[in-house]
Write a protein that binds this ligand. Structure first.
Ligand code: NDP
Length: 492
């Protein structure tokens, strides 16, 4: 052995570097032991008398007890919203309405660290994402719709837009505060009042939002928050005092809601599931595309309706892309959502973890090849390692069904036509991604893909000015942009 070889052998440099823990402090959040319902600008005890604990998915520790609204509670909340609508909010000068929305946006910015920590605590998403994505976008939605509040006649020229009345809004657990903002901001800007039901596993940021409503001095009853499970959601949907229902969640519940409102004259928007194709052509910038694939499926643990959960790679670059992807997956850090270095946090609930495991087992049984980078998962809490399946056939369940977890299914194609055919071969139609250096190819693909949102050379990028929504079983109606106001208006 030469001197140099000997020295290299005894190199003082460690073979692997690790990150020191960088946890965000929980101190900024003050939790109550128990939360009531927020109705008419006040906290009220639920008439149902029911409370359930909300659990931290990373530690399984109960965080607080939250009221479960019964039918009477939902009725009181709808009456309160109706009264607020008729006694002031719908007649208030639009410029004044705008000021309330601006105030809410500013307060969200000022308290963003508190909200971000609470969102990660209650839902399991990495603090990096709640801090850099959920919170800035939530505030941006309120700013954006504040801008429209006094310009509705310009948004809809010659149509004399009027508010609808009371909006019943039901949101899921994957982006709790952001979905609340997507729903409440346009509804208020258009002059409606709202009753909103958060998901049972992530109610805490909606409850903290009640404090923002109070701070902004919004008139009582304009925003009411009723916590509870699916029963409270169903009550809200069927309540005769509700003029408009806005729902984000699973396709099955969306169908149930559509049946429940049929023939009632209530307006409805549904934002449901997806099984998006992320399509990589052989002329794409591969390193950027690999980042886009990672962001497309492992962002928010894959709990994203528009996640790029089906990767379509052009055959000629398949080996290269998969090798780069696996290498990049090996650098993802899974663990404590409050650690600023974490890329992949906890799975939102035990039920969701079971669903992911069941579909992954089905993928293995059907013959797909599984890869998971070596990573140590915490002992307590609900976790799933970033996963990729290769050798996937179109007919496999993992290529057809929404997994809603950090699991990617890879398929290949040879020609643009084949890519279109495979991408559109799904009951969903929410989103898609196209990676190529040719602008003309982007345009021709975008025209032929049956999806509401198509990203080109990027993925999971959102902006309040841009409408979002689906085709087919992904639902109907648009949220965001000027389009997002229309479902909250009638025209005379
Ligand atoms: P759900 O559709 O059940 O939940 C969404 C919201 O609807 C929650 O607030 C829920 O309440 C409420 N809800 C449940 N049942 C009813 C009902 N009959 N009437 C009115 N509201 C109701 O989604 P899950 O949480 O059960 O998730 C199941 C699957 O749905 C996931 O695995 C994923 O595939 C998909 N999903 C898609 C989302 C999307 O953004 N497109 C978001 C969430 C899930 P509660 O949770 O309190 O029971």
């Amino acid at each position: 052995m030469t001197e140099i070889e000997k020295r290299q052998d005894r190199s003082p440099v460690p073979s692997a570097f690790d990150y020191a823990p960088a946890p965000e402090s929980r101190e900024i959040v003050t939790l109550e032991d128990r939360y009531g319902l927020f109705i008419g600008g006040e906290w009220v005890e639920p008439q149902s008398g029911e409370y359930e604990a909300t659990i931290s998915p990373a530690t399984e520790e109960p965080l607080a007890e939250v009221a479960y609204a019964g039918p009477e509670d939902v009725g009181v909340a709808v009456d309160s919203a109706r009264e607020a609508f008729e006694n002031g909010w719908s007649d208030i000068a639009p410029g004044e309405r705008a000021k309330y929305l601006y105030r809410i946006a500013r307060i969200l910015q000022e308290r963003s660290r508190e909200f971000a920590v609470l969102e990660s605590l209650d839902g399991g998403k990495p603090i990096r994402e709640s801090r850099d994505v959920d919170l800035p976008l939530s505030a941006a939605h309120f700013f954006y719709y504040a801008g429209w509040a006094d310009k509705l006649e310009y948004a809809f020229p010659n149509r004399n837009p009027k508010p609808l009345g009371v909006a019943g809004q039901i949101i899921p657990w994957n982006f709790p505060l952001l979905m609340l903002s997507w729903k409440i901001a346009p509804a208020l800007a258009a002059g409606n009042t709202v009753v909103l039901k958060p998901a049972e596993s992530t109610p805490l940021t909606a409850l903290l939002f009640c404090d923002v409503v109070r701070q902004a001095e919004l008139p009582p009853g304009v925003v009411n928050i009723v916590t509870g499970d699916g029963r409270a959601g169903a009550e809200l949907v069927k309540h005769p005092g509700v003029d408009k229902v806005a729902f984000t969640g699973s396709t099955d519940v969306g169908k149930e809601i559509q049946r429940a409102v049929a023939g009632t004259g209530k307006k409805l928007t549904l934002e449901l599931g997806g099984k998006a194709a992320n399509i990589i052509f052989d002329d794409a910038p591969l390193d950027q595309a690999v980042e886009g694939i990672i962001n497309g499926i492992y962002f928010n643990q894959g709990h994203v309706c528009c996640a790029g959960s089906r990767l379509l790679v052009q055959e000629s670059i398949y080996e290269q892309v998969i090798a780069k992807l696996k290498r990049r997956m090996g650098t993802l850090r899974v663990g404590d959502p409050l650690d600023k270095n974490t890329d992949v946090g906890a799975i939102n609930s035990r039920e969701q973890l079971e669903k992911i495991k069941e579909l992954v087992a089905a993928g293995e049984e059907e013959g797909a090849e599984i890869f998971q980078p070596p990573c140590r998962l915490p002992e307590k809490g609900w976790w799933f390692a970033p996963t990729v399946f290769t050798n996937v056939a179109q007919s496999y369940r993992i290529a057809q069904e929404e997994i809603f977890g950090p699991v990617l299914s890879v398929l290949t194609f040879r020609t643009p036509d084949e890519a279109i055919e495979k991408a559109n071969n799904t009951p969903y139609g929410l989103s898609a991604g196209v990676w190529t250096e040719k602008g003309s190819r982007i345009l021709s693909m975008a025209q032929r893909l049956r999806a509401g949102v198509i990203w080109a050379n990027t993925y999971n990028r959102f902006d309040p000015a841009s409408p979002f929504g689906g085709y087919k079983e992904s639902g109907f109606g648009r949220e965001g942009g000027r389009h997002g106001l229309e479902p909250y208006m009638r025209f005379e």
